[in-house]
Design a protein around this ligand. Structure first.
Ligand code: PRP
Ligand code: URA
Length: 208
């Protein structure tokens, strides 16, 4: 599928397996999510635009590079919050704009409850951060919102996705790259990713 990027990196595979383990406690879970977010964001920003700048080293001057685009991190509450720090460590100048959505457990439809976006876009590239791409409802609603806001380049960065969610996000927004750590098998009858890791928000915040 065009615009789907699944990391084959051994570090990411190793850390995602630890994350899936039922015995992984919230503290370790948060640490892994933070690390994985950084690794995936590193891969997702491979095409960031740079411009040449003059750099003075202790020995001479040379032409170096400076990131040209302003990046916005869009964590989807709650679980996306756990991804922010790991990405921010790599790009401390990124702006963070929160969006609050939860999935109605009965209908599996996203319910929008919080939006901290400013009136007009202040960034050139948006990285949507959410560990789980299940039915794709939350991801599509987030990208819909960002497009309505006026965002032009939107990339989705998640830890794992079910084929159902990947198809839905791609069909709704074929222009938006989807970066995932791994692709899982399918959704269960309750809309959970299989094999997955359970409820990411609950495991992260210890609310299971
Ligand atoms: C999880 C996850 C996504 C959503 C994915 O959030 O973080 O936002 O489910 O499911 P979907 O692809 O079927 O929409 P959840 O609704 O559990 O909210 P929480 O993070 O507050 O627990
Ligand atoms: N949200 C989660 O946290 N986990 C899933 O498996 C599906 C949606």
């Amino acid at each position: 599928m065009k615009n789907l990027f699944v990391s084959g990196h051994p570090l990411i595979k190793h850390k995602i397996s630890l994350l899936r383990q039922i015995s992984t406690e919230p503290k370790k879970f948060r640490e892994l999510v933070r690390e994985l977010a950084g690794l995936l964001a590193y891969e997702a920003t491979l095409d960031m635009k740079i411009r040449p700048i003059e750099v003075q080293t202790p020995l001479t001057t040379m032409m170096g590079s400076k990131l040209e685009e302003k990046i916005g991190l869009i964590p989807v509450l709650r679980a996306g919050l756990g991804m922010v720090e790991g990405v921010w460590e790599l790009m401390p100048a990124a702006e963070v704009w929160h969006i609050g959505l939860y999935r109605d457990e009965r209908t599996l439809q996203p319910v929008h409850y919080y939006n901290k976006l400013p009136v007009a876009p202040t960034v050139q590239v948006c990285l949507v951060l959410d560990p789980m791409l299940a039915t794709g409802g939350s991801a599509v609603a987030t990208v819909d919102l960002l497009k309505k806001w006026g965002a032009l380049r939107i990339k989705y960065v998640g830890l794992m996705g079910a084929p159902e969610g990947i198809d839905r996000l791609h069909e709704s927004h074929p222009d938006g790259p989807i970066h995932l750590g791994e692709i899982d098998e399918r959704l269960n009858e309750k809309g959970y990713i299989l094999p997955g890791l359970g409820d990411a928000g609950d495991r992260m915040f210890g609310t299971a």
